[in-house]
Design a binder for this molecule. Structure first.
Ligand code: NAD
Length: 289
């Protein structure tokens, strides 16, 4: 068997088309969505991600504002930056790019963002709604992107076994809740660094989502023939190329021969995450007007 490749770039393009129509409707009322990205310090990967977000805004006609804060800024400076963006009526979405310099508490900074501008969906109020069974608010972008990808693949997950590997606040945990929610109805196992017998758990699963950050960890032997495999991992592996590295996921390429459908890295969940950020920015703007 050769797996169907779940093309995140293509689905992201479709989402952008739908967003263009909504942005056009907003502009008829004199409103242009605006996303503010706060970046603290000089982490090179953060600059790459922020650049991709800015380019997506430009493609769609969303205004983007980038606020650079020095790596040695104190906590209070980041706090006052977020507060002033909250108060600015021209700004519809605010996110603080992760990672923050060590010692700066990401969760408390996230919780300062006005929940209606929280386009990353990490504020306690937005995550809390999800736990209450309300997925109609601003959802975390990567989990929401995975769900859109599964919907687009017309995968019926009702009563099926899903294994989510990784329990992070930004990917694994919210995605597990979304998969188990009423209407999706998967039976979800959350696996993590202390899980025993991971290969057996995976071999039993109709859906595997890998969100670990460990290159090629999930091999063909872990995959049930015909299962769907979503690879969230993005790993930089050094090599002798001009760039000095290449990107790979958590899933070994040999899983392609066994899985029924598989999302590639790059070109899978990554573009979906950015599309869902754009979607949250438009949604936040609509909610504010
Ligand atoms: P994280 O480090 O916060 O969480 C990793 C999780 O993996 C933890 O819950 C940990 O318990 C689990 N884990 C670690 N070792 C394990 C092992 N041996 N077996 C099973 N579980 C193990 O990372 P994260 O922020 O959730 O990101 C995970 C990966 O997804 C990273 O590669 C990251 O770059 C990528 N990511 C991709 C996107 C995207 O848009 N495609 C978005 C966010 C994160």
């Amino acid at each position: 068997m050769t797996a169907v490749v779940l093309d995140g770039k293509e689905i992201a393009r479709e989402i952008e088309e739908e967003l263009r129509r909504r942005i056009n409707d907003l502009s008829k009322n004199g409103v242009t969505p605006c996303l503010a990205v706060v970046i603290v310090g000089d982490d090179p990967a953060s600059h790459v991600y922020v650049g991709a977000k800015e380019r997506a805004c430009a493609r769609l006609g969303i205004r983007s504002v980038r606020v650079d804060v020095a790596y040695n800024a104190d906590y209070e400076e980041v706090v006052s930056t977020v507060k002033s963006l909250n108060e600015d009526p021209e700004i519809n979405g605010v996110l603080v790019q992760s990672p923050l310099p060590s010692g700066m508490d990401e969760i408390s900074i996230t919780d300062l963002i006005d929940p209606i501008k929280d386009v990353d969906g990490f504020h306690a109020q937005n995550l809390g709604r999800l736990v209450q069974g309300d997925a109609s608010g601003l959802l975390p972008c990567t989990p929401a992107g995975v769900m859109r990808m599964l919907e687009r693949a017309k995968l019926d997950l009702s009563g099926k076994r899903a294994v989510v590997i990784g329990r992070s606040r930004i990917v694994g945990m919210p995605l597990s809740i979304l998969l188990a929610q009423r209407g999706v109805d998967a039976t979800v196992t959350i696996a993590h660094s202390r899980t025993a017998g991971m290969a057996d758990l995976c071999r039993d699963a109709d859906l595997i989502v890998a969100a670990v950050g460990s290159p090629n960890m999930i091999t063909a032997e872990w995959v049930k023939p015909g299962a769907t495999v979503i690879d969230v991992g993005i790993n930089r592996v050094t090599d002798n190329s001009e760039k000095g590295y290449y990107l790979t996921g958590d899933v070994h390429p040999d899983a392609l021969d066994i899985a029924g459908a598989l999302s590639p890295v790059p070109g899978g969940v990554g573009p979906m995450t950015i599309a869902m950020l754009m979607s949250n920015t438009v949604r936040a703007t609509e909610m504010q007007h």
